[in-house]
Design a protein around this ligand. Structure first.
Ligand SMILES: Nc1ncnc2c1ncn2[C@@H]1O[C@H](COP(=O)(O)OP(=O)(O)OP(=O)(O)O)[C@@H](O)[C@H]1O
Ligand SMILES: [Mg+2]
Length: 256
């Protein structure tokens, strides 16, 4: 089942998007994304799933405005994220695969970073950062430096930083893949709850079928070169049996 939504109503809109690395028409040219059409509606949690090298991060970088598409249209809330990069400050938050905390700043100072860029006054910044650290179970660790925190704690600081800016679009590129399964599972559940509670739109990249099923209310499976091979939406009413069917379909698509 393919989601259809008008471009203007979509939080994220990709139309005939291609990305070619290297010089087009030469032997070194590599088409990482090929004519991709994808719309994400506001409030949706999309899990983007695919094998290594299929183009997930390339798509992610185009949505985040870090990479320009070779052709096609990318719109986030109706705007071009690459050409209007500055207008997205505070509207889009990113959680990367590695935590990307600044080692010379404490946990709370790292969370405050995004708010500083938005020029939020100091007292309000501190209050918001404190609130999000507490929500993520890091009360008491505000003044710890990243090296003194475990990987899971550092990743929670990154999530706190992303949520504190109040951005309504969240992009996550395999944020839990470096963690042990039980920590990752806990953070996943926390993450889904926070996204839903705060009515955010999220794109979550993963190469794990189980993670996609836990995170997404929609799963898009990509096949090299970043073409949609399977697109499925489900909700809390989707029963166990149906979920297992979806799991085996995805497994089948990825094995092709
Ligand atoms: N800057 C670049 N220059 C040249 N080729 C690139 C560049 N970035 C990515 N590619 C190529 O594009 C393809 C897709 O890469 P991408 O990083 O998007 O994959 P991915 O799905 O995120 O993989 P992974 O799961 O390993 O993170 C790969 O073949 C990669 O080698
Ligand atoms: Mg990647």
């Amino acid at each position: 089942m393919r989601d259809t939504v008008t471009p203007l109503a979509a939080a994220i809109h990709l139309e005939h998007v291609s990305k070619v690395f290297g010089k087009a028409g030469t032997d070194s040219a590599y088409r990482a994304v090929d004519g991709l059409d994808l719309d994400v509606r506001p409030g949706q949690m999309l899990a983007l799933l695919g094998k290594t090298g299929c183009g997930k991060s390339t798509i992610f970088n185009m949505i985040a405005g870090l990479t320009e598409p070779s052709s096609g249209t990318v719109r986030v809330s109706g705007r071009d994220p690459f050409r209007e990069f500055d207008s997205f400050r505070g509207k889009m938050a990113i959680v990367f695969q590695s935590d990307r905390l600044l080692p010379w700043r404490t946990a709370i100072q790292n969370v405050e970073l995004g708010l500083e860029m938005l020029e939020v006054p100091a007292a309000e910044r501190r209050e918001k950062a404190q609130l999000w650290l507490t929500k993520l179970g890091l009360g008491g660790h505000e003044n710890d430096y990243p090296h003194a925190l475990s990987g899971g704690m550092r990743q929670r600081v990154s999530i706190a930083r992303a949520f504190a800016t109040n951005a309504n679009i969240l992009l996550c590129d395999e944020p839990f893949s470096a963690l042990d399964e039980s920590t990752a599972g806990r953070l996943r559940a926390e993450f889904v709850r926070l996204v839903k509670e705060n009515g955010k739109t999220a794109v979550f990249i993963t190469h794990s079928i189980s993670e996609a099923l836990e995170i997404g209310d929609r799963i898009v499976v990509l096949k090299r070169p970043a073409k949609i091979a399977y697109d499925v939406s489900f909700d809390a009413d989707t029963g166990r049996e149906e979920r297992e069917l979806i799991r085996s379909r995805i497994g089948g698509v990825l094995a092709e």
